[in-house]
Design a protein around this ligand. Structure first.
Ligand SMILES: Nc1nc2c(c(=O)[nH]1)N[C@H]1C(S)=C(S)[C@@H](COP(=O)(O)OP(=O)(O)OC[C@H]3O[C@@H](n4cnc5c(=O)[nH]c(N)nc54)[C@H](O)[C@@H]3O)O[C@H]1N2
Ligand SMILES: Nc1nc2c(c(=O)[nH]1)N[C@H]1C(S)=C(S)[C@@H](COP(=O)(O)OP(=O)(O)OC[C@H]3O[C@@H](n4cnc5c(=O)[nH]c(N)nc54)[C@H](O)[C@@H]3O)O[C@H]1N2
Ligand code: SF4
Ligand SMILES: [Mo]
Length: 920
């Protein structure tokens, strides 16, 4: 990737901005011909990844160009300068607060902010505006885990280290698809010797690699762990000494679990007694057990209790704070943990302090303010409800895309559009949330930002800037301090560098702490700029007791409760609040794909990351598909009480009948009606406020598509086409999605009417630019090409999706010189293929061929084809293809591979006359 202004001289070390693994990234500057280029590789010195990167991390270099970036502030749709933006904002905030009080304003933040951004945002809202209406997308992600830890340990503190995954003899993955979502950690697990047990209703890349997969009924994890607790007690696996010495409330908790016999538990969870007992035995007998859990239990209307149910089993066996053992909640975002440290959640104050009189006064003393908020603010779902009802009149959304990711996403979008003042800070211009903004503020992105993040094992690492800001983008902390200054709080926000903020954050963590709060990095209370620049990754606490950081917490069995004992929590398992019914008979599970990050604002720009899955693929059991008359690859519509979503059906025998899986990544910026969160009702856990995203009752039907079209075009037409499609003036368009290419876009359109390419384009581009058109008609398809001195638009339409040409081949036409006879480009092309290894572009058919020739292991396939030898993220999928191939030698497979592209080679194509249109 060629870059303009590279800040450091040669090599620079930073941290990946995606998942909570927090891999170290090494940036190398290379001088090539007349340009500076950078290359990205894993930082071999970083203790989280030791030089490895997954596919998303490896593609970071392709996300840093300016295409699609928001480059200057925009007020009511017009560019403006920062002074105008900040004074507009300050005046509006002051006016709203004056008229309606501090709780009429809100900040909605993100686990993708740096700690320094987060710290000043929290200080401004809770310390000076005087409201706690500041919440974050971590509410959707980690808040049930926070409740679980606080209940048990008296602090939001993760006991384990990544190293424990290597020391463990058993790893129980509960509601985690780590092979895709925490790939480098998953590789570390596999490098160790631990047995893997996966608890997940569906088969995933992770369960493919497991020794035992418990495909439980959705939402039944609490019953499973209550059953385990009872089993541990009945079969004398309790660590009674630990329970007596270091915990409280055990007997009541055991009583609550008494009814959960293996029979009842197995029936509730939909498991056989044998598999249930196998899990119980393994857990009971393996001292070194790590439970590794994530959204499968967090995103639940009883997520807090599910977290507690898991932790109960660890306390009961004394498996906390020991090498290779512990309850390990795994954070999703790169700085979810940092947000929890500074007080990004509406119900905590700052530096692990709460809304108690003592803490409110303490924070007030430290910040030198008498305006500290005195009560918790609104949690995310309530916050957007308050925006809807008009209680909140001004909201600043930063580094998150709630119009896509919140439950009832369409309702949230409408609420934002209605809200008198919406400010959105993002590095990308055209997000669904940005389109609701009155004021858009350009933020620096990864590579430009400078600060710290804390990963899932409490490890603080530096994100370092190696590029100058794009356009007029500013760091988020600068924008926040800019507002604070204009609002009259300047002396409290006069930081010159993120190191100044980090130092204050470290001082607050140690302020009147005396061992009472887990989060303590007071060893950095005097850190200067050069020490901050040189900071190496370190796990908190970092204080007098642990000057070099601390790997494992609670090793002495002492916790942050008043009596230093951990607490058991009695659990009564609850079923999901959203229940299937006659009208909504299927249970929708939503989650992540391997190569995309959330709402795709960054990963969606990298062409090769779309190869793995370029459209929302909805996984459905073949039995369900046949009862709803859905065929492989058909466009289907999912409807819930809250909304609808469209995607492409993928038959998957690893998906239980009655259950459907949809990816969360697509937004209006990429496809029509493709937001999974539009389907989720705003049902939340009563303690954490985290939404129930994993069990959404839906119905499904096939779209009545009569015609399909593939359209390749250059950038200049793409945006107009997008605007037109978004306004949906043509009711015959049933669905569209777009794929960003290197030099343009590809659109896929499904319609209830025949699609005439030239007419379609003339509707959109009026007046139509002077282009030359040529058309080719075959029995199965209509094709058009438009060009001047280069190819501008290419359209293939037809009745059968499978008969449209290879998209990847078509895309290449944008990068070649126009042939002398442009109509040549209308001729048939070979079918497209599914890419499995994104790094080395190895396709599924290539792998299948090689297996047929006798290469029967991931390693040998890697040696011959190269697949899986770069980042390794695709290895579970390769293993699964080998298994499918081996199984299909015996029986026909139910999980049919996805077929793309045409079978035109065999079709009897009769060419009709090529007509040339030349505009007057
Ligand atoms: N590639 C990629 N990686 C990511 C992200 C991304 O966007 N893309 N996002 C990051 C973020 S922010 C997060 S929070 C993490 C999330 O990481 P994960 O939690 O691993 O990801 P999900 O796909 O949301 O869900 C995990 C699994 O929970 C299962 N599940 C659903 N219902 C239940 C249930 O009732 N019980 C159990 N036991 N399991 C259930 C789902 O089938 C799914 O396989 O990923 C992080 N990593
Ligand atoms: N149905 C369903 N919905 C879900 C989930 C689910 O499993 N199912 N998972 C939930 C979870 S766990 C999460 S974490 C959320 C994620 O959902 P979001 O947070 O809404 O998704 P992102 O795409 O990560 O949004 C981040 C935005 O910040 C921008 N950005 C990136 N870096 C910066 C920066 O430094 N500064 C600024 N100002 N902007 C920046 C990006 O361009 C992007 O627009 O989705 C939640 N929603
Ligand atoms: S596992 Fe991948 S996405 Fe996560 S931090 Fe490492 S490189 Fe980034
Ligand atoms: Mo998340």
């Amino acid at each position: 990737m060629a870059v303009k202004e590279f800040l450091s001289t040669r090599r620079s070390c930073t941290t990946c901005p995606y998942c909570g693994v927090g891999c170290g990234v090494s940036i190398n500057r290379e001088e090539r011909a007349e340009e500076t280029a950078i290359s990205v590789s894993g930082d071999t010195q970083h203790p989280s990844n030791f030089g490895k990167l997954c596919v998303k991390g490896s593609a970071l270099g392709e996300t840093i160009d300016e295409r699609g970036r928001l480059l200057r502030p925009r007020l009511q749709g017009e560019d403006c300068d920062w002074d105008t933006a900040l004074s507009f904002m300050a005046d509006a905030f002051k006016q709203v607060i004056h008229d309606h009080g501090p709780d009429s304003v809100a900040f909605y933040l993100s686990g993708q902010l740096l700690t320094e951004d987060y710290y000043v945002a929290n200080k401004l809202m809770k310390g000076f505006i005087g409201s706690a209406n500041i919440d974050t997308n971590s509410r959707l992600c980690m808040s049930s885990a926070v409740v679980g830890y606080k209940r048990a340990f008296g602090a939001d503190a993760v006991p384990c280290s990544y190293e424990d995954l290597e020391h463990a003899e058993l790893i129980v993955l509960i509601g985690s698809n780590a092979a895709w979502t925490h790939p480098i950690l998953f590789q570390r697990m596999q490098a160790g010797a631990a047995k893997l047990i996966v608890i997940d209703p569906r088969s995933s890349a992770t369960s493919e690699m497991a020794d035992l997969h418990l495909a439980i009924k959705p939402g039944t994890d609490a019953a499973l762990f209550n059953g385990l607790l009872r089993f541990l007690s009945r079969h004398h696996y309790l660590d009674t000494e630990y329970i007596n010495k270091h915990t409280r409330d055990f007997s009541g908790t055991l009583v609550a679990a008494q009814d959960w016999s293996p029979e009842l538990t197995a029936a509730t969870c939909g498991l056989s007694i044998e598999e249930l007992l196998e899990f119980f035995q393994e857990f009971a007998a393996t001292e070194k057990t790590v439970s590794f859990y994530s959204q499968g239990i967090n995103q639940s209307s009883s997520g807090s209790d599910k977290n507690s149910a898991v932790i109960n089993c660890h306390l009961a066996t004394g498996r906390v704070g020991k090498v290779g053992a512990g309850p390990f909640s795994i954070t999703g975002q790169p700085n979810a943990m940092g947000g929890r440290e500074v007080g990004g959640l509406a119900n905590t104050l700052a530096a692990h302090m709460e809304f108690t009189d003592q803490d409110i006064k303490r924070v007030g003393r430290f910040w030198n303010t008498d305006r500290v908020a005195t009560k918790p603010g609104t949690k995310a779902v309530d916050m957007f409800r308050a925006v809807e009802s008009g209680q909140i009149k001004a909201i600043w959304v930063m580094a998150t895309n709630p119009a896509v990711s919140m439950p009832e996403a369409n309702r949230v979008t409408t609420a934002l559009k209605k809200c008198p003042l919406v400010i959105v800070s993002d590095c990308i211009a055209n997000t669904d949330t940005a389109r609701c903004a009155d004021l858009l503020l350009p933020a620096t992105g990864w590579g430009e930002k400078n600060g710290t993040v804390t990963n899932a094992e409490r490890r603080i690492s530096r994100q370092r800037s190696f590029l100058s800001p794009s356009g007029e983008a500013r760091h988020d902390w600068q924008a926040i301090c800019g507002l604070a200054q204009q609002m009259g709080y300047g002396e409290h926000f006069n930081y010159l560098h993120p190191a100044d903020i980090f130092r204050e954050h470290a001082q607050l963590s140690g302020f009147e702490n005396n061992g009472s709060r887990a989060f303590d990095i007071s060893a950095f209370a005097n850190i200067d700029h050069s020490e901050y620049d040189a900071l190496t990754p370190v796990q908190w606490p970092v204080n007098e007791e642990y000057p070099a950081g601390c790997k494992r917490l609670f090793t002495s069995g002492q916790f942050f409760t008043r009596d230093q004992r951990a607490r058991f929590t009695p659990i009564t398992p609850q079923s999901p609040q959203q229940k299937t019914s006659e009208n909504y008979p299927l249970c929708l599970n939503t989650g992540r794909m391997r190569d995309q990050w959330h709402t795709m604002t960054r990963t969606g720009r990298v062409r090769k990351l779309l190869d793995h899955s370029e459209v929302p693929e909805i996984q459905i059991n073949p039995q369900d598909a046949s009862s709803y008359r859905i065929s492989e690859g058909a466009l289907i519509e999912l409807c819930s009480t809250a909304g609808k979503m469209i995607g492409r059906a993928v038959m998957n025998g690893g998906q239980n009948p009655g259950e459907v899986f949809a990816p969360i990544h697509w937004s209006e910026a990429f496809a029509q009606d493709a937001k999974a969160s539009a389907l989720a009702a705003s049902v939340v856990d009563p303690y954490s406020g985290q939404p129930e995203y994993k069990q959404i009752p839906i119905k499904v039907s096939a779209l009545a598509v009569k015609h399909y079209a593939t359209l390749i075009c250059r950038e200049d037409f793409a945006e107009k086409l997008w605007d037109w499609l978004q306004q949906a003036t043509d009711s015959s368009i049933l669905h569209w999605y777009r794929v960003p290419l290197n030099t343009g876009y590809r659109y896929e359109i499904a319609s209830s009417q025949p699609i005439h390419g030239r007419e379609l384009v003339s509707k959109i581009l009026s007046p139509e630019p002077r282009l030359f058109w040529q058309q080719l008609a075959t029995p199965n398809s209509q094709r058009w090409i438009a060009y001047d001195n280069a190819l501008k638009i290419l359209i293939f339409s037809g009745k059968n999706w499978h008969q449209l040409p290879s998209r990847s081949q078509l895309e290449k036409y944008l990068d070649i010189d126009l042939p002398e006879s442009p109509a040549q480009l209308l001729h048939p092309i070979k079918p497209g293929v599914k890419i499995v290894c994104t790094c080395l572009q190895v396709s599924r058919p290539q792998i299948e061929d090689a297996i047929a020739q006798g290469l029967n292991s991931v390693e040998t396939l890697g040696e011959v084809l190269g697949c899986g030898t770069s980042c390794g993220s695709c290895k579970p999928e390769i293993a699964s293809i080998i298994r499918t191939a081996n199984a299909s030698e015996k029986t026909p497979s139910i999980a049919a591979p996805i077929k793309q592209g045409s079978t035109e080679k065999n079709a009897n194509v009769q060419r009709s006359v090529v007509q040339a249109f030349i505009p007057e």
